[in-house]
Design a protein around this ligand. Structure first.
Ligand code: NAD
Ligand code: GLY
Length: 366
């Protein structure tokens, strides 16, 4: 096994490390180096729990002799990302007398990470939690940066808190059990980082996307590390999303519109973001800010990763426009979009030509 890649997230009051490597769950040394002293609770779901809880328990036992964690196993699925699920976690923590110096371990994808992080943010006004992400999306995005929360019937992620983990351990070997579609959805977020601010990483992806998709350990570790480094840098500049952190939402205004109009049923989040990235590239090109050849590179890379760049017969431009009006970035009634002056040069603006947006909606939706 290659040594894990480590990087630091320097957030204001308390920074933390991210460890990335193939087989980290089976290797207690990474976990041992900073396993907190108090009680531990693994928060996971029915699917991931079956696959990886016992490896984590073994690592905990060998890291701290005789120790074990209690297990809180949630039902699988976004529909369970609710306050009711968080209450279930509180009930178990109270019953087991968890206190301020105890720690939750979030073992799973973004859903488990967001729920567990939010429970940790609230329980006794805040206890520690560690992220052990097991989907590509969670390893490159949701486990880093401290956004935690749950959905409300009125909208996604409406109830939440900023609460940074004490550590992130991303074992890329866990991605081997991930369904192909989930892997592709995560790849959209990986491509996003190159488009936001790293043209060299984008070019690296053009050359290595097949190796990443084939889960070649060094390629995956490099990609996850690069994404986390970019996210760590942006989050440390703007933890509470007053400015630049919004760049991480490249493609998401369009992606969320696709998810909303299709009722969160047929499209995975990352799949919808993939179309959204293509649409952001088209708006940027139509506005005259990005060369058509660069837009074509974006479309080609998305397609090479098996992602769609168009939605057919499911979302009309009018329906997308209506959904986009609800975007959190709308300010004083004005639509703001993350666009590009080229690959790796993203910016947020309300001053884009309406005709460029119209063209993109027509080109990518029907
Ligand atoms: P997910 O957590 O639902 O995981 C997808 C599916 O894969 C689930 O069925 C899960 O049980 C399964 N799974 C997870 N790991 C597995 C593994 N190694 N092997 C086999 N199956 C596995 O989905 P996700 O895409 O990881 O996360 C989506 C969530 O993340 C959304 O709720 C979204 O709002 C949130 N999110 C949060 C942030 C943030 O900054 N907090 C950022 C992006 C997304
Ligand atoms: N996923 C966007 C963010 O963390 O800000």
């Amino acid at each position: 096994m290659s040594p894990p890649l480590t990087l630091h997230v320097p957030v204001a009051d308390r920074g933390y490390d991210i460890h990335i490597g193939h087989g980290l769950l089976a290797d207690a040394s990474t976990l041992a180096s900073q396993l907190p002293v108090g009680k531990l609770a693994i928060v996971t779901n029915t699917r991931v729990g079956l696959l990886y809880t016992s490896a984590l328990q073994t690592a905990i036992r060998s890291a701290r002799e005789g120790a074990s964690a209690i297990e809180i196993v949630l039902p699988d699925g976004e529909q369970h990302k609710t306050l009711a699920t968080v209450e279930r976690i509180f009930d178990v923590l109270v019953a087991n007398r968890f206190a301020r110096d105890d720690t939750l371990l979030a073992l799973g994808g973004g859903v488990v990470g967001d729920i567990c992080g939010f429970a940790a943010a609230c329980y006794q006004r805040g206890i520690s939690f560690m992220q052990i992400p097991t989907t590509l999306l969670a390893q490159v995005d949701s486990s880093v940066g401290g956004k935690t929360g749950v959905n409300h019937p009125g909208g996604k992620n409406l109830i939440g808190a900023f609460h940074q983990p004490i550590r992130v351990i991303a074992d890329t070997a866990t991605l081997s059990s991930l369904p192909r579609r989930e892997l592709q959805a995560g790849i959209a977020e990986v491509i996003k980082y190159g488009m936001i601010c790293d043209a060299d990483f984008f070019a690296w992806l053009e050359a290595h996307i097949s190796a990443v998709m084939a889960l070649e350990p060094d390629a995956v570790a490099y990609a996850v590390h690069r994404c986390c480094a970019i996210k760590a840098e942006i989050v440390s500049r703007d933890e509470r999303e007053q400015g630049d952190r919004a760049l991480l939402n490249l493609g998401h205004t369009f992606g969320h519109a696709i998810e909303t109009v299709t009722g969160y049923r047929s499209w995975l989040h990352g799949e919808a973001v993939g179309v959204g990235l293509a649409m952001a590239a088209t708006v940027s090109t139509e506005a005259g800010w990005m060369m058509a050849s660069e837009r074509d590179r974006v479309l080609k890379l998305l397609e090479k990763a098996g992602l769609r760049t168009r939605v057919q017969n499911e979302v009309t431009p009018a329906a997308a426009r209506e959904a986009m009006a609800l975007d959190k970035k709308v300010k004083s009634g004005r639509q703001r979009l993350i666009l590009m002056r080229g690959i790796g040069k993203s910016f947020i603006t309300a001053d884009f030509p309406v005709s460029a947006l119209d063209t993109a909606l027509e080109a990518h939706l029907s």
